[in-house]
Design a protein around this ligand. Sequence first.
Ligand code: NDP
Length: 228
Amino acid sequence: MTITLITGANKGIGFETARQLLAVGHVVYLGARDVERGQQAAAALDARFVQLDVTDDASVHSALAAIDAAEGRLDVLVNNAGILGDGALDGPTALRAFDTNAVGLVRVTEAALPLLRKSANPTVVTVSSSAGSFWAVTNPDRPEYALPLALYSASKAAATMLTVQYAKAHPSIKFNAVEPGTTATDLTAAFGVGRTPEESARVVVRLATLDADGPTGTFQDENGEVPW
Ligand code: NDP
């Protein structure tokens, strides 16, 4: 039995990743802030839901403690929770993408390390973004998104590099990052373009189901190519 936690999994790419991992027999915990949507998603998939806010230490520790109590270990962590962010730099929300996409990844990973060490084949997958490698979604017709997209891209570059560095620091755990291209989810609703969440989830699933001797410290696009 493979015990998996996916952050940000009550919709979008995380939800589809959950669906695909359940299909190959994982026990999947969906982590997100919105309890109602999370419980509906868990019921729809026959998954489990844990409330989890990756920007809040207490919430992260309490979610992982619940998994520890129920399962005694964690085999796969998918760091997927992410937001685009919006607003001007002096507003309340501009830097939230950093706290969610980059610092949130560190919060969850650090808290999960003790549970991952109890696994025979511990694996961490980061859902970064093609925006972490190049300016993927710039749109001259939407200048109000210029700063949020710049901050989002930088937070995703950080997410990719944090994952590569984690792989070096923890050789007994596999850490790999995926940089999917633009995907049609709520996050990109303002842009209205992209591949399907099912397509983007496939590469996440491939890295979440590696054998114990599989690669670590890689970052790849949705075709398995190194994007930089
Ligand atoms: P969605 O907006 O559909 O889903 C985002 C998920 O993250 C939701 O489940 C949301 O649930 C959760 N979330 C947001 N903030 C937090 C938080 N603080 N703590 C816990 N969960 C949180 O977006 P996508 O599915 O598109 O995005 C998923 C990941 O994929 C993100 O990291 C995104 O950057 C990345 N990505 C997206 C691409 C795209 O084009 N859509 C392309 C490449 C990468 P809740 O609000 O209930 O917490």
